[in-house]
Design a protein around this ligand. Sequence first.
Ligand SMILES: CC(C)(COP(=O)(O)OP(=O)(O)OC[C@H]1O[C@@H](n2cnc3c(N)ncnc32)[C@H](O)[C@@H]1OP(=O)(O)O)[C@@H](O)C(=O)NCCC(=O)NCCS
Length: 162
Amino acid sequence: MIELRQETSADCWEVEALYDLCFAPGREALSSYRLREGVDPVAKLSIVARDEMNILAGAIRYWPVDVSGQRVLLLGPVAVHPTHQGEGLGGSLMRHSIELARETGWKHVMLVGDEPYYHRFGFRRLTGVFMPPPTNPERVLGLELVPGCWLGVAGDVRKVDV
Ligand SMILES: CC(C)(COP(=O)(O)OP(=O)(O)OC[C@H]1O[C@@H](n2cnc3c(N)ncnc32)[C@H](O)[C@@H]1OP(=O)(O)O)[C@@H](O)C(=O)NCCC(=O)NCCS
C-alpha cells in the first residue's frame, strides 16, 4: 500500500536522491532549474509517496513562475522509483497534486516534458510561452485548471521575485 503525503524537510535528501536516480546526470543544468534557484517550492503541492516499509517510491514538486505578470505553477520534477514504474503511481501523484492545486486556487499549470505522457492529464502544447533556452518548444505544455485561463497569457517564463 502506497501512501501520499506532503513532503517535509526530513524527506528532502531522499527526494533529491530519487531525482538523481531517475533523471540523466546534469539535470540541474536544465533551464527549468534556473527558474527554481533561490525560490521555495510550493509546499502544499510537494508530495511524496512511501510504501508500507516507509521507502520512498515517488515524488512530485511544483514551483511558482511568472508569465507576463501572471503567477503560474511549474510542475516538476516528478519521478517514480524504477521498481514502482508502470504501476500507476506517476498518475496518482499527478492527479492528486493537480487536484490540490485546483483546491488551493491555482489556475495555470505548465511543465517541460513528454507530451505523449502528459496529454492524459489534460496538458497541451503551449504556443507563445517561452522557457529560457535551451528548451525544445514542443515540450512546453500547459493545463487549464480554469477553462480558458491560458488565453492571453504569453511571453517569457521568468523567475518570481523573492
Ligand atoms: C514518467 C514517470 C514519472 C511515470 O511514472 P509511472 O508511475 O511509471 O507512470 P504510470 O504508471 O502512472 O503510467 C505508466 C504509463 O505512462 C507511460 N509513460 C511513462 N513515461 C512516458 C513517457 N516519457 N512518454 C510517454 N509515455 C510514458 C507508460 O508507457 C505507461 O503507459 P500505459 O498506461 O499505456 O501502459 C516515471 O516513468 C519516471 O519517473 N520516469 C523517469 C523520470 C521522468 O522522466 N520524469 C518525467 C519528466 S518529463
